[in-house]
Design a binder for this molecule. Structure first.
Ligand code: SF4
Length: 402
């Protein structure tokens, strides 16, 4: 499997972890637990009942027990920087507060030099650049290959996690080459992995309403499949709380796990709720804290073959993230440094580039902060030294993870 850590035999550890955390009294959660023990996988109908009828605390308990079975108390994060390349976009997804038309006063498109200037102040303390943006009407694959190779030339230590599936599709259309050729050119330029954004809900009826014109569900999956077959890992996401039903959420999770059965290329799944500010989707449901935590736990419960579940701080905030780390998430958004997409939609989360503060959040949630590489193949424990030793945070190599 690409980029995996933890206990491969986690199912055999699950009963003990559940007992350590308490006991399951909800019959639906008990059924989910029994299905994992006997089949290794929770059925679609049980998953749907977890959304609709199960007790939240028990759902969280099972999500957290699975997380602990897989990783004990380790919580992963990376030291990264978000750089959005452009907010100009030829589409106008109804949930999106980020995109601008080319003539908007605050429309921007970074040149390669401006892109490198954004990275420079952070370059010595980050491991990854996470870059996504709008679908620029003129930029083709050559532009992005140049952007990525220029960044790699200047900062060879950085991983480049760039371009969502719809951006890859757009580059394929504008450059008149196949998806596979686009990805191959970008990999040659230094692309490390794809972020998971743009999955929204993998149901074409929902997509027609919330992001008409974007790639179809099947195209999203095909682009990730192609990336996996070309040897690079990807993440996947789920944007919930717009107009979808519980059944559509569960089908989304099932599509991800079916593709993962085939390719083993997904590293991390990132479920996050719709943020309604300044968007054009008045009919959207607004997710409560309950629903956000429930969805993160159910993601952990359903996605038995996806290694990591992320609490996306930039969207759900630090407070809910620290609860999510006790509900199934084992990974938390990194240092970030700068973020526009969620903040345009109303996120108040600090983008302060502070490793110690992030590590404190993880410790307060009962976790051990593990700084990881983009592809989960290099780890350091970020620990606070005792007061007698200066009370400073230090990163220590992890000789032998778990
Ligand atoms: S979500 Fe992406 S593709 Fe859709 S309008 Fe916003 S920037 Fe464009």
């Amino acid at each position: 499997m690409i980029g995996s850590v933890g206990y491969p035999d986690w199912i055999s550890r699950l009963s003990d972890r559940v007992q350590e955390l308490g006991s399951i009294s909800d019959p639906i959660v008990q059924t989910a637990f029994d299905e994992i023990i006997s089949e290794g996988r929770v059925s679609i109908s049980t998953g749907e009942s977890l959304f609709l009828h199960a007790d939240l605390i028990d759902v969280m308990l099972l999500g957290h027990a699975i997380k602990k079975s897989r990783y004990d108390n380790e919580i992963y994060f990376n030291s990264n920087l978000h750089v959005n390349t452009t907010n100009i976009c030829v589409l106008a997804c109804r949930f999106c507060a980020f995109r601008r038309g080319p003539k908007a006063q605050d429309a921007y498109a970074l040149s390669v030099d401006e892109y490198l200037d954004r990275i420079r102040p952070f370059s010595s303390r980050i491991d990854e650049v996470h870059s996504v943006g709008g679908l620029h009407p003129e930029w083709d694959v050559t532009y992005y290959a140049n952007l990525i190779s220029s960044a790699k030339e200047k900062y060879p230590h950085l991983s480049m996690k760039c371009l969502t599936a719809v951006e890859i599709k757009h580059l394929s259309q504008i450059s008149e080459i196949s998806i596979s050729e686009v990805l191959s050119k970008l990999i040659d330029a230094g692309l490390t992995s794809l972020p998971g954004g743009g999955a929204e809900i993998l149901d074409d009826e929902v997509r027609k309403v919330i992001c008409n014109g974007k790639e179809s569900s099947e195209e999203y999956l095909d682009i990730h499949r192609t990336a996996h077959l070309l040897g690079i890992p990807t993440n996947s996401t789920m944007l919930f709380g717009t107009i979808e039903t519980a059944s559509q959420r569960i089908n989304h999770l099932d599509k991800i796990r079916k593709l993962q059965d085939e390719t083993r290329g997904f590293q991390c799944f990132v479920p996050y709720p719709f943020l309604p500010d300044r968007t054009r989707l008045p009919q959207a449901q607004h997710s409560t804290g309950n629903e956000t935590l429930r969805t993160i736990s159910i993601s952990r419960i359903m996605l038995d073959n996806v290694p990591h579940i992320k609490a996306y701080r930039m969207n759900i905030g630090d407070h809910l993230s620290s609860l999510a780390l006790n509900a199934g998430a084992d990974d938390v958004d990194g240092t970030v440094g700068h973020e526009e997409i969620m903040h345009e939609a109303g996120s108040q989360t600090s983008v302060e580039d502070d490793l110690d503060r992030l590590s404190r959040l993880i410790e307060d949630a009962g976790g051990v902060p593990i700084r990881r590489s983009t592809t989960y193949d290099h780890f350091e424990i970020h620990r606070r030294r005792p007061p007698s030793d200066g009370d400073k945070w230090v990163s220590l190599p992890v000789a032998d993870m778990i």
